[in-house]
Write a protein that binds this ligand. Sequence first.
Ligand SMILES: C[S@@+](CC[C@H](N)C(=O)[O-])C[C@H]1O[C@@H](n2cnc3c(N)ncnc32)[C@H](O)[C@@H]1O
Length: 252
Amino acid sequence: MPENATANPRALAAQVAALPWYHSIELPGGITTPGVVKNRRVLARYHLPSSLAGKTLLDVGAWDGFYSFDAARRGATDVLAADSFSWDGRGWGRKESFEFARRTLGLEGKVRDQLIDPTELSPEAIGGQFDVVLLLGVLYHLEDPIGVLRRVAACCRELLVLETESTLNWLPFPAARMFPGAELNGDPTNWYQYNERALKGLLHEVGFTTANTVFKYPLYRRFARALRDRLKGKSFRSAFYSSRIIIHARKA
Ligand SMILES: C[S@@+](CC[C@H](N)C(=O)[O-])C[C@H]1O[C@@H](n2cnc3c(N)ncnc32)[C@H](O)[C@@H]1O
């Protein structure tokens, strides 16, 4: 059982409160980290394999580690949580949050970590290929998304779970949209949205044989979200632009 978790929930709560959180991670003692994203609420949309027994898994852009810890709980034998931007001080995240959650959950022996930028990924850099790779919420942050997708594909043996920004899905051809400045969600690190055809085309291009969409953000949810942002004094348009897709891509 993890260090002081259940023994002293008040001390645990104080330690949680002292750290920044992107993920909402359920810790022992009924404490959940106050993340921006309510992960438990959205987990089903990823359609992750219910069992990862015997599988190795790479989580690219792991941040606080919710999906890495989830993979360990699903039985993955070796989980590598990889990140840079949210761990090396360029963003508002801190690697200490990931380390604290991992320690508190008692997953130190099951989830490894590596400080590595997506632009530097290769089987050589991370000790080989992984059966399953998660690329969740990362692609649209990258200035060279196609180059990184190629790198991620090289690190993946079986299944890639890709979650990213997507738009223009009504167009009958592959298309991308670009966001200079902070036009998408007020975040200057958001660059590109691809439509579903473009994403599937790119996934085939980098070596996946099948690519199936398992989730697309519905229009009414985008509208509701944008309205909520507007009521908070933020830009309706910027939030309305944001729309997500989740694709499972497999190698034969
Ligand atoms: C929206 S968060 C997604 C975190 C997690 N994968 C999830 O789905 O909840 C974006 C992730 O991409 C990483 N990232 C990598 N390169 C980045 C860049 N150039 N700009 C911003 N974020 C970047 C961040 O560190 C962060 O972990």
